[in-house]
Ligand binder design. Sequence first.
Ligand SMILES: Nc1ncnc2c1ncn2[C@@H]1O[C@H](COP(=O)(O)OP(=O)(O)O)[C@@H](O)[C@H]1O
Ligand SMILES: [Mg+2]
Length: 266
Amino acid sequence: MTLLDVHGLTVRTADGRSLVSDLSFTVAGGERLGLIGESGSGKSLTTLAVLGLLPEGMSATGSVVLAGTQILGAREKELTAVRGRDAAVVFQEPLTALDPLMRVGRQVAGPLARRTGLKGGKLRAATLDALAQVRLPDPERIARAFPHEISGGQRQRVALAAALACEPALLIADEPTTALDVSVQAEMLGLIDTLVREREMAVLFVSHDLAVVAKVTDRILVMKDGRAVEEGTVRDVVGAPRQEYTRNLVASARTLESALDLRSAP
Ligand SMILES: Nc1ncnc2c1ncn2[C@@H]1O[C@H](COP(=O)(O)OP(=O)(O)O)[C@@H](O)[C@H]1O
Ligand SMILES: [Mg+2]
């Protein structure tokens, strides 16, 4: 079943420049699609359009249907419902997703309560469980902390816990490891990989780094200057890129060998 159907998506600035042009792709339920391209190729604007979160002044045409809802032109109320239920997002910088003035526990408890209706002690227990599931050590302490009191890697885990608390059909991750130290990056990728597999969640995973995308997705869409230039399975795109541009992305991917080893491991 098609969960996300993007068709002819074009995103324009107020003065009419196209930043994303006639982009089409689908994500089926449980499928993991990687969106890759060099910086400025329109990946983030695409994810924002999917969530109905484009910056002021930008307009989108075409069609974006997420779990049966047409996102383009939808009212804020509909969009809010879709964002909690059908799709949740983890951004590059967790501080943009987390409220700096709210303890971490409450930021995970909010979406959990909305989905499950839990309250009091049960909600508290479920919150600590959600923090433990993203492998945060000492969830009790983390829950009481403010975002600035924990590390960047821990903040990104909290953002992931808050996104997963919605049990979305689609997890959108926009460069979720780019701001992290390399050692922490691998852990975070492994974690996302494990959790979305366990939950059979669909993923739209965005990165400029092909090695990263290859670890956690099945299919890749390559973007250049706001357009799709190549699409295929990870193996096909990495093994036999058709475009010069894609070949360059393959060549510049860090540790691609080990990424592929990781994929073929049991
Ligand atoms: N708020 C904005 N106003 C004007 N131009 C923007 C804005 N956001 C992004 N852009 C431009 O749109 C293009 C695509 O941006 P983006 O989707 O963020 O690329 P990517 O995520 O692939 O690095 C870039 O040229 C960028 O400069
Ligand atoms: Mg981006």
